[in-house]
Design a binder for this molecule. Structure first.
Ligand SMILES: [Zn+2]
Ligand SMILES: [Zn+2]
Length: 358
């Protein structure tokens, strides 16, 4: 069977005709297989959804209990028969519950990675390279300039700063699904036992991670401004959605050191532009080297690139004698980390902050 008979691009997204399902569809479809819970991959309104238990739970929290008609849990590593194809979910190491999806029929194997990373992450199962003929990859950081440093070094930087400035609070912008929980887990691993404060918007996902067996220690919601005296948060780490560091909400904290945890913090200009004092290069996507290594490890002779810096990665593949093409899938890549790349997160300009007359 030719790969394009097994998986084809439709307006709704990647479609498998012999299995009659879509993977991470961009519009509502009768049957969807979902790789992970980020909003550009996991959308509400499908008839039936097949995903890992964790992804189903994340979708229910983010999109509401009625996010689809019927749901079915996929177990990592267990092949399932869907129509004329066999489907197996394998860990992607991206966020809790994230999976690559392997589709097999007529001797052809295609793996759709969803999003993935190779750096260790205590909050999710580590990525496994799966042998295949066609590997479908993201390319969020698909340029040679992107080399993520070891995450644990970045977390050590944050703890060093807390030790150095005990009178200041540390306000860390981090995406609410995956990044925030990973940071907390890494802080705990580094021996930081103090309470970690969170913005209310993160409360439900933090609680869900705990319910799903990821211990995060003493997590406390930042109390309402009236309840919190000034200086309460000196020496504390507070996590919030990236945009909240610019909002009125953040003014209650004592002389905060503003930090932002993102792969994009590798780009100095971006950190400066956002007024980030302490950039932390912590990414849930593979960097250039890991993208290239992974492509080689799958043994695939053909590479399809869904989103990100597709052209550079496609070019690299062709220089290695691999067949490669960009899928130009608009609608992906507006997930949380990629959104920062496009500056979709509001950046308050000076003097234009709410409640402040110029
Ligand atoms: Zn993602
Ligand atoms: Zn994505």
């Amino acid at each position: 069977m030719r790969p394009t008979d097994l998986l084809t691009l439709t307006p709704e997204g990647l479609y498998c005709p012999p299995g009659n399902f879509h993977i991470d569809p961009l519009r509502p479809v009768p049957r969807a297989l979902i790789t992970h819970g980020h909003s550009d991959h996991a959308r509400p309104g499908h008839g039936a959804v097949l995903a890992t238990t964790e992804t189903l739970a994340i979708m229910a929290v983010r999109c509401g209990e009625g996010f689809c008609g019927t749901r079915q849990a996929a177990v990592l590593g267990e092949p399932m028969r869907l129509g004329g194809v066999t489907v197996t979910f394998h860990p992607a190491g991206h966020v809790l519950g994230s999976a690559q999806i392997l589709i097999e029929a007529g001797g052809c194997r295609i793996v759709n990675s969803g999003d993935y990373k190779r750096e260790p992450d205590p909050t999710c199962t580590a990525f496994e390279p799966i042998a295949c003929d066609v590997f479908i990859t993201e390319a969020t950081f698909g340029l040679p300039v992107f080399r993520h440093p070891p995450t644990r070094d970045e977390v050590a930087k944050l703890l060093d700063s807390v030790a150095l400035f005990p009178e200041r609070s540390h306000l860390v912008g981090a995406y609410s699904l995956g990044k925030a929980q990973r940071l907390v887990a890494l802080l705990r691993e580094a021996g930081h036992d103090a309470p970690v404060y969170i913005h209310g918007a993160m409360e439900r996902l933090m609680a869900l991670y705990e319910t799903l067996g990821v211990p995060l220690g003493d997590i406390r919601k930042v109390p309402l401004a009236e309840e919190a005296g000034r200086g309460t948060f000196a020496g504390s780490i507070i996590l919030c959605p990236p945009s909240a560091t610019q909002e009125i909400w953040s003014r209650r904290f004592a002389d905060p050191v503003t930090a932002f945890a993102s792969g994009w913090m590798r780009v100095r200009a971006r950190a400066r532009q956002r007024g980030v004092e302490l950039p932390l290069v912590v990414s849930d996507h593979a960097d250039w080297e890991d993208l290239c290594t992974t492509i080689c490890e799958t043994g695939a002779s053909e590479i399809w690139v869904t989103h990100g810096e597709a052209d550079a990665l496609v070019h690299w593949c062709t220089t290695r004698g691999l067949k490669a093409k960009p899928l130009h899938m608009l609608g992906y890549g507006d997930d949380e980390e990629a959104a920062a790349a496009e500056n979709e997160m509001p950046i308050a300009s000076e003097g234009a902050t709410e409640g402040k007359t110029p």
